[in-house]
Design a protein around this ligand. Structure first.
Ligand SMILES: [Zn+2]
Ligand SMILES: [Zn+2]
Length: 124
């Protein structure tokens, strides 16, 4: 488990050239989240309903018809209290509130994905 006090960002940057949100954590950890990945993990009630209820899946949720790649562009992001950010997307969807604890838990870096998700080792 990740200690809650480590789930505090010291810096949050939206890098539009690489289309990623980059978070520097208090414990020195650095996380980078592609916009698409964040959108697919949108924790709002509307999106969660179409995501698998149990188990981890990399499958993108079905977001209804007519939503193209454009809607995965991040339009704006702002702090919600001291514990979360709200992200607005190009298609107008802006109900997703991402707590820092949640963001930290979905960190995709090698270290986190190796530790958090049991995977088949490719090393001998
Ligand atoms: Zn959503
Ligand atoms: Zn990580």
């Amino acid at each position: 488990m990740i200690a809650t006090q480590n789930c505090i960002p010291t810096d949050i940057a939206v890098d539009r050239s690489t289309e990623r949100v980059v978070i520097q954590w208090k414990d020195g950890h650095l996380s980078a989240y592609p916009f698409e990945w964040l959108r697919s993990k949108c924790p709002c009630a509307k999106c969660v309903r179409v995501q698998p209820q149990s188990g981890e899946s990399d499958a993108l949720p079905m977001m209804g018809s007519g939503i193209g790649k454009k809607s995965w562009k991040l339009r704006n992001m702002h702090m919600v209290g001291r514990y979360a950010v709200q992200i607005g997307w190009e298609d107008g969807h802006d109900t997703g509130i991402y707590s820092f604890e949640f963001l930290r838990s979905i960190c995709q870096c090698d270290g986190c994905s190796a530790g958090a998700v049991p995977t088949v080792s490719i090393d001998p």
